[in-house]
Ligand binder design. Sequence first.
Ligand SMILES: Nc1ncnc2c1ncn2[C@@H]1O[C@H](COP(=O)(O)OP(=O)(O)OP(=O)(O)O)[C@@H](O)[C@H]1O
Length: 710
Amino acid sequence: MGYGEKENTRSSAANNTMMEIEASKPAGNGLVPTGLSPLSETLWREKTDLEFVGDVSARLTWKDLTVMVTLSNGEPQNVLEGLTGYAEPGTFTALMGPSGSGKSTLLDALSSRLAANAFLSGAILINGRKRKLSFGTAAYVTQDDNLIGTLTVRETISYSARLRLPDKMPWSEKRALIESTIIEMGLQDCADTVIGNWHLRGISGGEKRRVSIALEILMRPRLLFLDEPTSGLDSASAFFVTQTLRGLSRDGRTVIASIHQPSSEVFELFDQLYLLSGGKTVYFGQASEAYEFFAQAGFPCPALRNPSDHFLRCINSDFDKVKATLKGSMKLRFEASDDPLEKMTTAEAIRTLIDYYRTSQYCYTAREKVEEISKVKGTVLDSGGSQASFLMQSFTLTKRSFVNMSRDFGYYWLRLVIYIVVTICIGTIYLNVGTSYTSILARGSCASFVFGFVTFMSIGGFPSFVEDMKVFQRERLNGHYGVTSFVISNTLSAMPFLILITFLAGTICYFMVRLHPGFEHYIFFVLCLYASVTVVESLMMAIASVVPNFLMGIIIGAGIQGIFMLVSGYFRLPNDIPKPVWRYPMSYISFHFWALQGQYQNDLRGLLFDSQTPGFKIPGEYILEKIFQIDVHRSKWIDLSVIFSMIVVYRIIFLIMIKINEDVTPWVRGYVARRRMQQKNVSQNKTVAPDGLTQSPSLRAYVATGTSKR
Ligand SMILES: Nc1ncnc2c1ncn2[C@@H]1O[C@H](COP(=O)(O)OP(=O)(O)OP(=O)(O)O)[C@@H](O)[C@H]1O
């Protein structure tokens, strides 16, 4: 399998874009990590499959870019309209605009992450070429900092380095790269502090942002997208982050970030400014010239006002609503002011600015520059995702997950305590259950409680697992590793904890209740408990892949287990369970059913119980067959192996669900959305192309006659 064909992420979005990745040759510009030995540098270049003969910089252009989304009622809506711009290596481009103006959508479009219901038209070129962008080629820092709370900053970056850097690169060199990244992001002071989670005080919000950025710049991506990297930071942290991004761009990278309400110091750090309002370009050009542009358009920035505040004030139509609300009380002030914005609505100001920009020298220059850059063609770049082997990825993920589980009190330790407490309670209630006539029912209910409720408690790990899934999704989208490595690592890392919990709890219960004596019976009981708890974990994992919300996940998981318990053969005897649906197939799908079948045999077979007739003993086999309606011809070990195979099945379901979510669902949703839009447009006598965009009238006949041809 070639480097580019690795199990790299392809998100929903990739299906909708026409993007191509590409790089031109020539001149090293900081994309190869600095400080590597000649061997490592050669390895790096070999593994990345790039021709580092020279320039590997990314020149990004977008021309007449339009993004249309279909809303839930089937209505199409333009989110971006005819945007044209470019981003060059060595520059830092800031996207600014009011909330909802389309900044994130533009970043998503450029990085091939558009939602499935979004359709893109126009041309996005990297180094003059079109091709589908696979994740990992460009790094994307999202708004949320999904990090593992129990790891320190240094550990977080180290694990990420091991997950992605080539196996053959010596550790000393990986460490040098990690340390240089820590220094680059100014994280030295908090390098050994934990990130922090709900019960662990960790680094600040600004530091978390910097860690998220550090993780993406570790591989020295040629293109770096950031969605609001400074949101929620104080002015000093925002300045630091922006300064760092500017520094990164100076290494030859192309950096594009959306920024909300920057301070004047931060604004001065931008090279290029892309101002958006309602999905349209208000201004694109050098940030330093925006002041002049607004003045020329008739909206000069008043003295003593922060220019970026002024620009956003001019293009935020929400001010119209604010003005309308305040109209009565603020009337005098509005009338007395010389500010043009007080004499017209913001909607009018936006229209004026957009029209002015379209006919201005700025727009003309931008279009000329886009044409010029687009003409320079380079070689096609492969994905820049992980360069580590599958084994290295699986090993590193297992280790990282194990460390996290061992440090997070809420993951397994809390459950261990609860399990011990609950099993001591069970042991006390069924203490030395014996072989009296009433113990028959007691043994049955004890097994039912252990395999019903005690395994049910495993659901408590779901919130921690949802957090893991968030980290997984972020890393997966950036091409850090594949789904299979994640599933293997999660299974292996959880194993020691589950063994510890179930063996401790099982041992307490077994010896206090004094279930069937004998080592084989003891081992079966704890193995059955282990298998059942692991099935619940695997089931919850499969649920998390479909329902990422932890409250919904817990409710669904609890509901499924409740149904499983009902058909386990305890609450209704197996032969009495209604045959269609509940007996076949539900009881056979329920792991509780197999656990009880196995444990009843394990506990009762070979024992003699008192009867109500003095001197007459009831053999365990009779009870199994006649009272509990157990199939005594099937070995209890077969029951156990069915539970173990359920673990494998649920893990495979998890893997398939993720693959479906990534590959099939977006395609289906996109297809359905396109169909709905086509139907809507046909009914309105308009024609829509397969990419969802209205085409020229000459094509109307095609759709009207039912053909899908463009
Ligand atoms: N997939 C989608 N489906 C429906 N509407 C969408 C979709 N993507 C974006 N939009 C809409 O497009 C508009 C622009 O959204 P976007 O998130 O790009 O804005 P933004 O400028 O990044 O906002 P903010 O600064 O608040 O994050 C919003 O009104 C949003 O609701």
